[in-house]
Each structure stands twice: as structure tokens, then as C-alpha cells.
Design a protein around this ligand. Structure first.
Ligand code: BGC
Length: 763
């Protein structure tokens, strides 16, 4: 498959137009955008110096390079001037310091900018904001002395219950690809390496450490790999993380097909494959099958209680080649002492070791850890970074429903009741490894108070308690109902929440790494609460926080206005208030489908989630390519809210399509007009349908989009290019992408279920 040279010809261009106060200097230049350089080539420009360095290294020194020396650092050979490689999570900000022993150093200044989560970023459909987002991370990683930021997480949002959906972008591979490229380039233009994760088929947390995933080759190629391929070939990502799970019988991190054949072979990846923390299981397989750097095995051993004393004494940062003793924890790494022994026994393994070290050194040169010029110092917690956090949240919040134009609310109201414990909850330190010690976090309640000032009476009642196994609380509900009755307007802030408070890895896991959600309903009896509040005061706006989709069918019909705010980051409360009170016109669109009920989701209906019956450690993705809207549309299952759905305070009119087909491509042009009274941005979505095909193809697939800003009455022309890839499917027999000539339809609209214009043509 060839990748679109037009990555951003439409998208970034449009994004710059719509991005308002967003700093244009942070975006890729037009020139770079229209002719993307081969970013993988940047990795090999220092191979001569690298070969010279390799010649000087002893076997022990080489082995020392390919495994962790503590929680987040690896390697380092002072004798040769090779520094340690410092990594940090990712993906929504730079993680608090973990030091060498998984404990923060005393007095560390490790608070940082907390960005909205990846769902929110995806909901902006704005690649330029992906770049700006990456710029913040790269700059702050740089300032904190980190060389690799462990993000973005781009696994496909397949199973609605996946506890880690909040860290991922979308159910659609095209949308993922468009956003991941900007993010990576933003990080790496700051001189820091991004690390795209988790490759591959890590789409749930249940049994994530050893579930063996299988799927058709077509599903792999069409749904699960395009984002990673775009990261490598268009984003030029310097490093990639192998996932915990198995794929077709072998751990993904040590999987010859995924790593050697596809990633390093077909896609020509020249960078570094890092294991997930503790995802290596076998010295020979890791040596041979693509893992270049083993991280976190000590953590796994500690958590299993295998060697507490060694763990306690061993993680000191003393290099094993100095320490050397069998007491050292380093003999616990598969790519430490056991690798050394294996290579001594079988010298034919040496070129494999050299290749791994070479890849690590390439990242060191690319990030200016070696060679010149030195990296410019990054910046930390700047106003610009906070402004980017605000901008992403404002563009990422999605207006799901707005009957009778309840929103935007008037600032002239006298009393507003804010109801729901989420209105006061800070989420930055939750979620697992993606936790951020935020410099500050504006909650919804704070944001609403900031917006309204002291002239408006803002009351607050929690309505529910965030605690494990908590059910609806009649007393709290009664208080909330009384508050709702007494107010002009009600803002209910509920939904999900991040469990996993810092330091409590096994408590309260919810919407978090390591555990999937028990169901898709709002926890703590919120369904009961919200129905009571809606009955008490119909002028109630329901705001949802959380990652991934959530079930709202129990009360959605009763609610006039529903807003999805995700985990909106440190400026989230302000962004939310700007939307609710009309300072900002909402423009976010759903990056994944909200089913009416969990059982409707294709992973549940067709798939085997979370495991093959009778075999908890196996799963075949029988839902195949029927992921997200590809399923709902084709199988005619009506979702609660469709992929691409998102309302505005204004209205847009779509003009007729003009299609210019080329031999294997097409250019689609139309005009879009703002027919309402408020300026706003629209995300014009283009889907392709193959009218006749020798394989079953989805009803439609997203192949282009453009985000345009329009003043009231203004009309703009939108031009979208469709290259050959937009019409292809993966042919399993031929093992290649195929464009079958014939009739195609383009469908252009405001959402996957709101198509405004169609045209048919022949290729
Ligand atoms: C997660 C990774 C993370 C790593 C380091 C693992 O448990 O799966 O996403 O980067 O820990 O914190």
C-alpha cells in the first residue's frame, strides 16, 4: 500500500485555518506537509559513525546496551561517551519521576502539562493539533532530560470494555493514521523520540499479558496495522513498543512475523523496538525476532514476588558489567546475562546483537544524544503548553445531543446547580502508566465558576460517591434533586472516572490500565441519579467524562443536551465551560461508535471478547474487519451515537459533489456553507463505497476529511484527494492490496450516519 502524499494537503491546511489562536509556528510548514520527507532516512544518516562505535565496543558492553538498568533507563557506556537512554510515559504528558527504584526522588520537580486524553485528541479530527500536542510532550520530555516519550498509544478501539480505550485514538484506521503522524512529528521535531505503542493486537487489558490473539490477515492489514505503518513511514517514528499479548502463538514483542517480516522488512523500519515493561519471555526469541531493548522485566519479577531481595538491592543503576555479580538483578533480564551466554556459545548471533545496538545508537543520534548539535533545552509548564491543552479540549469536546437548543446556556442566569462527583474529581493521576502529576487541573466545577464569576450562584451536590462497589445513594440523590429544583439550569457532570490512584496499582482499577470495565454503564448508580435529576429539572445538561464509549440509553431520551468531554486535561474545566456557555462553538466528532447497549458491539456480537469460550488465554477476532461503524452500517445495527457524529451551535449546508476520477484516483470538490448565526467549524467527512466487489466490503469507509472554519453566511470550497489506497482492499490470496476496477460511490457528510451528498463514478 502506498501512503498518501497528500497527508495534510487538506487536513493540515484546513486545520491551520480553523485553529484560531493555536500557534501556527508549531504546525508543520505547508512545504513539508505536501511533500513529506522520508523520515526513516533520518535514522540512517549516522551509520558510518555508528559502525565505528560498534567496533570499539566489547561484547559485554553491547549486551549492556540492550536491557534496562533501572525502571525507565537503559544502557550507557561512559568509556565511549554513550549516555544512558532515558524513557518516560506518555502518552498525555510526561510522567512523574519514577527514579531508579520506581520511587520518585525526594523533591523532584516533576509536575507537568496534563494534556487531554487521546480520545479527545482524536475527536478534534485536527492533525495540526496532533502536531501541537506532540510538541508539548516533546518539549517537556526534553526539559526533563527524557530521550524517549512512551506514546502515542494507537491501538484500535475495538472492545468497548477495554480499560485502556482512554489512551487510544479511534476505531478507524484512517483517522488514527492522520492523527498519529502529526503527534510523532511534533514530538520528534523537539529532538525527542516518540515511541508508538502497543504493537500489535493489544486491544484489551483482560489477560493482556498472555492472551493469544488471532485474526484474519485482512483484518490485520486493513484495521489493526495501518496506524503503525503510518507512524513508521509517514511519521518517521524513531521507536516502537512491542505489546504484552501473543499474536498467532508467539508473544508480539518476539514475534518474527510482526517484527522482522512486516515492521523491519516490508515497512523498512530502521529504528528501535522496545519491549513493553516485562513483555520479553525468551532470550533466543527476543534475540532473533526483533526486540532491540528489553525493559521492565524486573518490575514483573517484583510484582510476582520472585526475587524481592534482588529487586530491592539490584535496581541501583549500577551497570551490570561493573557489578557483574549473579546477585545483580540484571541476570533477570532475558537480554542481559542469558543473552551474553547465548552469544558466547553461538557467535552467529552476534550480527543480531550488533543490529540491536545499531538501532539504539541511531535513536541516540537522531535525538542528538550523540553527535552534534546538542538538543535545545525544552520548556516546562509554559503558558503556550497550557494553551495547547485548552485548545485540544475545546476542539475535542463533542456535543452529542441538543434538543430545543438548550445549549449554549446564558451567562445571565441566576442559579446553576452543578451535580455529580465527577465535577470535582481530578483525574490526572489515574489510569495507570499514563498518569500525570499535573501542574494544576481545572475541574468542571472550577471551570464553570471561572466562567460565571461571582454574580451567579453556583451550587454543587455530588449526587454519588466514587468508591468501589458503591451503589446509588438515596440521600445524595435527594439532595441533588432538591438542588436541581432550586436552579435555573442544571449541569450534571458524570460518566466514568479514572481508578488507579497513584501508588495503588491494584485498587480501584476502572477506566485504567490492567483491567477492563465490568460493564458499559455509568458506575455508582448514576443512571438512577441522572433520571431523577432530569425529572426534577428538564433544563439539565448531561456532561460525560471518561474514556471510550458508554451506555446512555436508559436516560438519553429524557435528556435534551448531552456533551462528551472525555478526560479533558488540565484546562478541561475551562474548555467545558467555554463550550457550555457558547464562547466556543463545539466542533468535535466521535472517533468511535457509542452502541445502544454493550451487546450490540461487534466485538461482543461476532467476536469472542474477552476470550474464546473454554479457553481464557485465546481469542480469535471473529468480528474480522467489522469493527466500529464498518459493522453498524453493514449489518444495519442502529447505534446510540454514530462514528463521526458531533453537533454544532450553527448549521452547515453541503453543496453538490463534483468528482474528477483519474485512472486510479479521484478528486472530490464541494462547497459548504454556514447557514446559522454563529461562527463554527465543520468536519467534512468523505466515505468510499465499492459498489461491486469480489469480497464483502464495508458499507462505507472513511478515506478523507477536512475541517473548515466558517463565519455565519460564509461558503468555502473543500477539495479532497483520494489516492489509489482509498479504493483498495487487502487480498489474502494475493497477499497484497488490490484495486478492483468498477463503480465506486463517494459519500460526503457531517457524520457516518448523516450523509449529505453522494456521487458515483468508475475507476
Ligand atoms: C505499559 C506501557 C508503559 C510501560 C512503562 C506498561 O505497563 O503497558 O504502555 O509505557 O508500562 O510504564
Amino acid at each position: 500500500m502506498r501512503y498518501l502524499p497528500l497527508y495534510v494537503a487538506t487536513a493540515v491546511g484546513a486545520a491551520l485555518l480553523t485553529s484560531g489562536s493555536f500557534c501556527a509556528a508549531q504546525a508543520p510548514t505547508k512545504k513539508a506537509a505536501t511533500t513529506p520527507p522520508n523520515r526513516q532516512a533520518a535514522l540512517t544518516t549516522h551509520d558510518v559513525e555508528i559502525n565505528a562505535l560498534l567496533q570499539k565496543m566489547t561484547l559485554e558492553e553491547k549486551v549492556h546496551m540492550i536491557h534496562a538498568n533501572s525502571a525507565f533507563a537503559a544502557g550507557g557506556i561512559p568509556r565511549l561517551g554513550i549516555p544512558e537512554l532515558m524513557t518516560s510515559d506518555g502518552p498525555h504528558g510526561v510522567r512523574p519521576e519514577q527514579g531508579r527504584n520506581w520511587k520518585a526522588p525526594v523533591g523532584a520537580d516533576d509536575a507537568s502539562t496534563y494534556m487531554p486524553n487521546n480520545n479527545a485528541l482524536a475527536a478534534t479530527w485536527n492533525p495540526a493539533l496532533g502536531y501541537a500536542f506532540g510538541t508539548v510532550l516533546g518539549s517537556e520530555a526534553n526539559a526533563r532530560g527524557k530521550d524517549i516519550i512512551l506514546g502515542p498509544g494507537i491501538n484500535i478501539v475495538r472492545a468497548p470494555l477495554n480499560g485502556r480505550n482512554f489512551e487510544y485514538l479511534s476505531e478507524d484506521p484512517y483517522l488514527v493514521s492522520q492523527l498519529v503522524v502529526g503527534y510523532i512529528r511534533g514530538v520528534q521535531d523537539q529532538g525527542v523520540s516518540a515511541c508508538v505503542k502497543h504493537y500489535a493486537a493489544n486491544n484489551q487489558e483482560t489477560h493482556r499479558d498472555d492472551i493469544d490473539v488471532d485474526m484474519s490477515e485482512r483484518a490485520l492489514r486493513e484495521i489493526y496495522l495501518p496506524g503503525f505503518r503510518a507512524a513508521v513511514q509517514q511519521g518517521g517514528v524513531y521507536s516502537l513498543m512491542g505489546s504484552y499479548n501473543k499474536f498467532r502463538g508467539t508473544y508480539a514483542t518476539e514475534n518474527a512475523y510482526l517484527m522482522n517480516d512486516i515492521l523491519k522488512g516490508e515497512w523498512g523500519f530502521k529504528g528501535l523496538v522496545i519491549s513493553d515493561w516485562g513483555s520479553v519471555h525468551d532470550t533466543q526469541k527476543a534475540l532473533r525476532n526483533g526486540t532491540d531493548l528489553e525493559m521492565g522485566t524486573d518490575l514483573v519479577l517484583m510484582s510476582q514476588g520472585v526475587d524481592q531481595s534482588a529487586a530491592a538491592s539490584g535496581v541501583t543503576g549500577q551497570p551490570d558489567l561493573v557489578n557483574g555479580s549473579s546477585q545483580s538483578l540484571y541476570n533477570r533480564f532475558f537480554l542481559a546475562d542469558p543473552a551474553l551466554a547465548a552469544i558466547k556459545k553461538d557467535p552467529t548471533l552476534l550480527p543480531l546483537l550488533d543490529d540491536k545496538v545499531r538501532r539504539i545508537l541511531r535513536v541516540m543520534y537522531a535525538t542528538h544524544m550523540l553527535g552534534g548539535p546538542k538538543r535545545q533545552p525544552g520548556a516546562f509548564n509554559t503558558k503556550e503548553h497550557q494553551a495547547t491543552a485548552l485548545k485540544v479540549a475545546e476542539e475535542g469536546i463533542v456535543l452529542l445531543k441538543n434538543e430545543g437548543s438548550l445549549l449554549p446556556l446564558k451567562k445571565s442566569i441566576k442559579t446553576v446547580a452543578v451535580i455529580g462527583a465527577n465535577a470535582e474529581r481530578a483525574n490526572s493521576m489515574g489510569g495507570g502508566s499514563g498518569q500525570i502529576k499535573a501542574k494544576y487541573e481545572i475541574t468542571a466545577l472550577q471551570g464553570i465558576k471561572n466562567e460565571l464569576g461571582s454574580g451567579v450562584n453556583v451550587t454543587y451536590s455530588p449526587g454519588y460517591t466514587i468508591a468501589r462497589d458503591q451503589k446509588a445513594d438515596p440521600q445524595l440523590i435527594a439532595q441533588a434533586v432538591a438542588a436541581a429544583k432550586a436552579a435555573d439550569e442544571v449541569i450534571f457532570v458524570g460518566g466514568s472516572f479514572h481508578g488507579y490512584d497513584y501508588g495503588k496499582w491494584s485498587d480501584n482499577a476502572y477506566d485504567a490500565e490492567g483491567t477492563d470495565k465490568p460493564d458499559l454503564k455509568m458506575p455508582f448508580g448514576q443512571d438512577e441519579l441522572v433520571q431523577a435529576v432530569l425529572a426534577a429539572n428538564p433544563r439539565t445538561v448531561v456532561v460525560l467524562l471518561g474514556g471510550g464509549p458508554i451506555e446512555v440509553a436508559a436516560w438519553a431520551g429524557q435528556a435534551k443536551s448531552i456533551v462528551e468531554a472525555w478526560y479533558p486535561g488540565m484546562e478541561g474545566g475551562n474548555a467545558l465551560a467555554h463550550i457550555l456557555f457558547g464562547d466556543v462553538n463545539p466542533s468535535g466528532k466521535l472517533p468511535f461508535t457509542f452502541p445502544v447497549k454493550l451487546e450490540d458491539a461487534p466485538a461482543m456480537k461476532l467476536g469472542e471478547y474477552p476470550s474464546t469460550p473454554g479457553n481464557p488465554l485465546k481469542q480469535t477476532y471473529k468480528d474480522d474487519i467489522w469493527v466500529g461503524y464498518r459493522y453498524y452500517d453493514t449489518y444495519q445495527v442502529k447505534p446510540q451515537f454514530a462514528f463521526g457524529h458531533g453537533l454544532s451551535y450553527t448549521t452547515f449546508d453541503y453543496g453538490k459533489l463534483s468528482v474528477k476520477p483519474g485512472p486510479q484516483s479521484a478528486t472530490v470538490t464541494l462547497t459548504v456553507r454556514n447557514t446559522g448565526k454563529m461562527a463554527g467549524s465543520e468536519i467534512v467527512q468523505l466515505y468510499v463505497k465499492d459498489l461491486k466487489s469480489s469480497v464483502k466490503r464495508p458499507e462505507k469507509e472513511l478515506k478523507a476529511f477536512d475541517k473548515i472554519a466558517l463565519k455565519p453566511g460564509e461558503t468555502k470550497t473543500v477539495t479532497m484527494q483520494l489516492p489509489a489506497t482509498a479504493f483498495q482492499y487487502y487480498d489474502e490470496a494475493k497477499k497484497q492490496w488490490v484495486l478492483e476496477p468498477g463503480q465506486f460511490e463517494v459519500l460526503v457528510g457531517s457524520a457516518s450516519d448523516d450523509i449529505r451528498q453522494k456521487a458515483t463514478f468508475t475507476l
